[in-house]
Design a protein around this ligand. Structure first.
Ligand code: AMP
Ligand code: MG
Length: 536
């Protein structure tokens, strides 16, 4: 009785342990193991990401060794809730960066300014500039340069965050940017890249999870801009105005070493610096004109020494050919109208030449003469590049004296009949002469005969002519209504389909694919002209 009672009791306890406690304990133990495993996995992931990121970004910062006057050390201001909106995969590849890492939490934190990647040494750059003709002290008011990244092919790129918070140069601004304008910069700069026009590019756009206050409350965003450098005409104006000649010399030598290294040991290197910048800008502006691109805010602080296009605030592409076209709402005197762009570029370069006078020659008169010669070269180089570009758009391989009047006559007819700039050249390329009103006019028919005579003068097949025209006349440009439509879907509806589709079409505007067809359609007539805004 005692035993059966005692063993019965033990047996009972045993059963409780086996059936109830043990399975629960095993379950609990298993559970803690799972939690621990996932915790360890997460830790390992973070660690690997950190290690990979360390290897991926390859900073080597040279600008910070220039005189301190040229910059202020400035970390980006952290944001609440970063979210990756756009990542430029081909550019990431060109930079030797791993897309997976860039898309990871740590990668996004870098784009948001919440994490400084290894090797970065953030600064806000100082510069001055003529804005609409008036000289002002400026500087990065809403941007920081994280540093200079060296790609696997040993190219040096500035990595800049725009919209990253206040700096010493914010002048009352909030240092922030809104999503719409940042995506617009992404779309237009990629379109420029596709067109073969030198440009700074956007690696990523993130939203901040914080509002920005403009006319309305807008979602805040930061973009990562990749540029050959951000040395501006305004950087030279700044050091010339606020610095010593020795500092101007240091900036000039640095710029030569970075962009025109072949001249670094040359006694006349400062003359070459001026010449090369003038050449680069003449070529750039010719490309803008040929594509119908209107920058909109060609202040000297927005013109870079590297010859790339930067600052995509109020820019837009011209639809109807009209040399007086202006899109920017603040350009009330049409200073930066399409037809003025080459003259404004020369004016800006004259400001650069002035700053270099102390370095061009010991004799001031001779220095001024060198500067003037440089500036007069701009017109010559620009004119030649523009004419040759127009020849190619018309399928002309060689040069004949009558070419200039042939080009001017066509442009005049386009003005008269309000012809769409891109579509006119596209239709000429495709020999699709029923597609637009202009082609039915007497003036055009006469011009067409002259053009055919001119084409026949050269010993080229119609296939060769077609190929030259196809490679010189984009089938599509980022038309304003299509850009707006894509931005609206993205910002208001969080729908990026239209933007992705537009970006894909713009990646090779010379393809003439059936997918591109829909982007050749003009906007419905508007009661007010299209307007753009800057400083947004
Ligand atoms: P932009 O018209 O974009 O070339 O800008 C001209 C100047 O204004 C530059 O110095 C910018 O850094 C500065 N800026 C533009 N927007 C802001 C902003 N929201 N906060 C501070 N500075 C700004
Ligand atoms: Mg600017």
């Amino acid at each position: 009785m005692f035993f059966s009672g005692f063993f019965g009791y033990i047996y009972h306890i045993q059963q409780i342990v086996y059936r109830l406690i043990l399975p629960r304990f095993i379950l609990f133990y298993k559970h803690t193991l799972i939690i621990r495993k996932s915790y360890l996995e997460k830790e390992l992931n973070t660690l690997t990401n950190k290690l990979l990121l360390k290897e991926s970004w390859n900073f080597d910062n040279s600008y910070i060794h220039l005189p301190e006057k040229l910059f202020t050390k400035q970390d980006p201001a952290p944001v609440k809730e970063p979210k990756l909106i756009a990542l430029n995969n081909p550019l990431a590849k060109e930079l030797g960066l791993n897309v997976k890492e860039l898309e990871s939490n740590e990668g996004i934190e870098v784009f948001a300014g919440n994490r400084i990647p290894t090797g970065a040494d953030p600064i806000a750059q100082a510069y001055a500039g003529h804005q609409f003709g008036y000289f002002t002290m400026l500087g990065d008011g809403r941007a920081v340069l994280l540093g200079e990244h060296i790609s696997p092919s040993k190219n040096r790129y500035d990595i800049q965050l725009k919209g990253s918070g206040k700096t010493a140069y914010s002048r009352g601004g909030d240092g922030r940017a809104a999503l719409g304008p940042m995506l617009r910069e992404y779309i237009i700069s990629e379109a420029m890249y596709g067109l073969g026009i030198p440009t700074a590019r956007i690696l990523a756009v993130v939203t901040t999870g914080e509002p920005v206050y403009r006319k309305t409350v807008l979602p805040g965003a930061i973009l990562t801009r990749v540029a050959a450098s951000h040395i501006r005409v305004g950087t030279f104006q700044y050091i010339n105005h606020y610095g010593r000649t020795e500092e101007l010399k240091l900036l000039s030598d640095y710029t030569i070493l970075r962009h025109f290294p072949d001249y670094i040991a040359d006694d006349n290197r400062y003359s070459y610096l001026l010449k090369e910048v003038i050449k680069g800008q003449a070529e750039l502006i010719a490309k803008w004109q040929l594509a119908g691109f209107i920058h909109g805010v060609m202040n000297t602080d927005n013109m870079v020494i590297s010859g790339q296009t930067i600052d995509y605030g109020p820019c837009a592409f011209m639809d109807t050919y009209d040399p007086n076209t202006v899109f920017s709402s603040i350009d009330v005197n049409s200073r930066y109208a399409y037809k003025n762009q080459p003259y404004i570029a020369a004016w800006n370069l004259a400001r650069l030449a002035e700053t270099l006078v102390p370095l061009l020659h010991d004799d001031q008169d001779k220095a001024v003469q060198i500067a003037n010669e440089g500036i007069s070269d701009f017109g010559k180089i620009y004119h030649k590049k523009y004419l040759n570009g127009m020849r190619a758009k018309l399928g002309l391989f060689d040069e004949e004296p009558e070419d200039e009047s042939l080009i001017t006559e066509l442009l005049n007819i386009m003005v008269k009949y309000k012809a769409d700039y891109t579509n006119t050249f596209r239709s000429l390329t495709l020999n699709n002469l029923n597609s637009m009103d202009i082609f039915g006019t007497e003036e055009f028919k006469l011009w067409n005969d002259n053009w055919n005579d001119r084409k026949n003068k050269q010993n080229k097949s119609s296939e060769e002519i077609f190929q030259l025209m196809k490679n010189s006349n984009p089938a599509i440009i980022p038309r304003n209504h299509r850009v707006e439509e894509a931005l609206d879907a993205a910002v208001s509806k969080d729908d990026y389909c239209l933007m992705d589709k537009l970006l894909k079409a713009l990646s090779n505007p010379y393809e003439y694919s059936s997918e591109q067809e829909e982007y050749t359609t003009l906007a419905p007539p508007m009661s007010t002209p299209y307007r753009t805004f800057c400083g947004t």
